[in-house]
Write a new protein. Structure first.
Length: 270
């Protein structure tokens, strides 16, 4: 029993075998996948919804990634507002700040982040956060957590810190605001000790696991295209840290996921 809480399955890297990738996930014991609805921006940010409406065990998000924040015009925001009403949409994201690549100016990223938090609040959807600082600064974390504290925490809707790469203190600040912390394949990388240290401080009942497919394939698949079936390696690493089996971690994080999203029934494909 495993849940991949964050996967980008719409990209061209899956065009030749997407159905087989999804079938392998089920064979590996995954009961749910969340298809992230960023795509390449407004041109296809309904990509997660299309997959979720095809497969009963897939859910979707909707949102504009900070890379495409400059495309978050009023028309895009209005369309997302409507798409967020679709039944399989369970969260808004991934949204946030990326000061590493700076594909959109930082002030533009912040405006898009604030606008989407406002829409998510109106839609009563939790948010999925992307936060990546520049190499020599943690200011993305400072800005991201400050904006969440000021503009989102009062909503009580919480969210997920996706693919967490911060430190234990940053995780605690998010936990105190009702967030879940999600760990991805990079927790298995040899140089990822900070992430492993933070994972030891996050309560087991407040964490999720993900692949962030097709990115960040875990050991021993590093360097290959990632896919949801590999989420078991994330569970295995977390289990090693806590003296648990991968199956124990899979069961607990699946319980956490269903509780957070109020999804009580196990679903199967149709």
């Amino acid at each position: 029993m495993f849940i991949d809480s964050h996967a980008h399955l719409e990209g061209h890297r899956y065009d030749s075998d997407r159905e087989q990738v999804i079938a392998r996930a089920q064979e590996a014991g995954l009961e749910t996948i969340v298809a992230i609805g960023n795509g390449d921006g407004p041109v296809n940010f309904d990509c997660g919804i299309k997959l979720a409406e095809k497969y009963d065990f897939i859910y979707a998000t909707i949102g504009i990634h900070p890379h495409e924040a400059s495309l978050a015009d009023q028309a895009a925001l209005d369309r997302m507002e409507q798409l967020a009403k679709r039944p399989k949409v369970i969260a808004w994201g991934e949204i946030g700040l990326d000061y590493y690549y700076d594909h959109s100016p930082r002030d533009v990223q912040q405006r898009a982040f604030l606008a989407q938090m406002e829409l998510a609040r109106a839609a009563k959807l939790p948010i999925v956060i992307h936060c990546r600082p520049s190499d020599n600064s943690e200011n993305a974390w400072d800005d991201c957590l400050r904006l969440i504290q000021e503009q989102w925490a009062p909503s009580g809707l919480g969210g997920i810190l996706h693919c967490f790469t911060g430190n234990a203190g940053q995780a605690k600040r998010a936990l105190d605001m009702g967030f879940m912390v999600s760990f991805a394949g990079n927790i298995t990388f040899p140089k990822a000790q900070q992430i492993r240290d933070a994972a030891l401080e996050v309560p087991l009942d407040r964490m999720l696991i993900e692949t962030d497919s097709p990115f960040l394939a875990p050991m021993p698949h590093r360097g290959k295209r990632n896919e949801p079936a590999f989420v078991k390696e994330v569970a295995r690493q977390l289990g090693e840290l806590r003296g648990l089996s991968a199956e124990d971690v899979g069961w607990q994080t699946s319980q956490n996921f269903r509780r957070f999203f109020s999804l009580h029934e196990k679903r199967t494909t149709v």
